[in-house]
Ligand binder design. Structure first.
Ligand code: BT5
Length: 333
């Protein structure tokens, strides 16, 4: 009896949050365990009484909602399928900023792949010292150390590489609807920001010493955590998917995706990343404005240059290359 429940739990857990949506049909549990579907249902009811959050869908079967799964370094490490991303992994319940910590670790010699994860940040940062809302218990805040053998001018390519990896990870939970990337560092669901990337570099004149890629993803945050203005511009995976997701599974998925894209970048250069990025970008051919520290460029977006700059054709016909800034895609009529 006890063994049957454990086997059911194992089956539900192995379905994960991935492409099947985490469902296991009653029929497959019943044939796997050699018991009737009525007996499966009885075990499910008992498991629910013990506090397991199991959803039942008449058409799809049963799904374990893993919102109470532990979120810590050991849990992330336990199912990590990577070679070097997330190894070692430093976990903090609360920290000022995972990027600040990762820079400190990188300066002290921590190897490529080192990850810093926090449950909450007290001074989560965006670009230009903007604030990143980082409440406890709900989201993912992580920073990775990379040591790519590239010159400093190529470092912005890594932000786009991370955006592709993040979009791919988000997409595996929102399938069949893919997210979009917004140049240079946002990932969007339904035109609202679900994740952002902050890349910080330490270099010598001709080579990068290390790059820290900081990634913040809104996973189970309630929209009420967001200050007024952000309610219009931000979203969360829970809001989008209509159910909470495991932050641990998300972190593992993200690290695998990052490792895959980083390896491809190192082997094949930026071109392969650029192609993938364009597949997630919705701004090409649209009227845009890009505000950088010293100017605003308006015109029609012609996409991404070979080095990751954004190309904009202005009304006077000049082709502008924008290296950094905030992009607004005009939605038009
Ligand atoms: C970013 O900057 O989008 C980069 C965010 C990177 C955060 C991660 S968390 C782990 C690591 N440690 C850190 O300290 N940072 C990194 P930017 O493009 O400048 O966008 C910042 C803007 O996004 C803010 O000014 C707000 O308008 C908005 N924002 C703040 N918190 C948000 C949130 N949780 N979700 C969506 N939008 C948010």
């Amino acid at each position: 009896m006890r063994e049957a429940k454990e086997r059911i739990l194992r089956l539900l857990k192995s379905a994960g949050d991935g492409a099947t949506g985490g469902y296991v049909s009653g029929q497959s549990i019943s044939s796997e365990l050699g018991i009737s579907r009525a007996a499966v249902w009885k075990h499910i009811k008992d498991l629910r009484k013990r506090g397991f959050h199991i959803e039942a869908s008449p058409s799809k079967g049963y799904r374990l909602i893993d919102d109470t799964a532990p979120f810590n370094g050991a849990a992330i490490g336990a199912g990590l399928a990577t070679e070097f991303i997330g190894r070692p992994l430093y976990f903090y319940e609360r920290i000022d900023s995972t990027n600040t910590k990762a820079v400190e670790l990188a300066r002290a010699g921590s190897p490529e792949g080192t990850a810093v994860v926090a449950d909450a940040q007290t001074r989560g940062r965006g670009r230009l010292e903007r604030r990143w809302i980082s409440p406890p218990g709900v989201n993912l805040y992580t920073s990775l150390i990379l040591r790519p053998p590239i010159p400093p001018v190529k470092a912005p390519e890594l932000t786009l590489m991370a955006a592709v990896a993040l979009a791919e990870a988000v997409g595996s939970f929102t399938d069949p609807t893919p997210p979009a990337v917004k140049w240079p560092n946002d990932v969007l669901l339904g035109a609202k920001k679900v994740g952002g990337i902050l890349t910080e570099m330490h270099s010598e004149p001709d080579r990068v010493n290390f790059v820290v890629i900081g990634i913040g993803v809104n996973i189970n945050m309630d929209m009420s955590h967001l200050p007024g203005g952000l309610k219009r511009t931000a979203t969360t995976l829970k809001h989008w998917c209509g159910r909470p997701l495991s932050r641990t599974t998300f972190a593992q998925t993200l690290y695998s995706s990052l490792e895959k894209w980083y390896k491809q970048y190192l082997a094949g250069g930026f071109a392969v990343v650029r192609d993938a990025w364009r597949g997630f970008f919705t701004g090409e051919g649209k009227p845009v404005s890009v505000r950088s520290v010293d100017r605003v460029v308006e015109g029609v977006c012609l996409g991404l240059a070979e080095d990751g700059a954004l190309l904009v054709r202005t009304p006077s016909g000049t082709l502008e290359r924008v290296l950094s800034g905030d992009l607004v895609i005009e939605s038009g009529p």
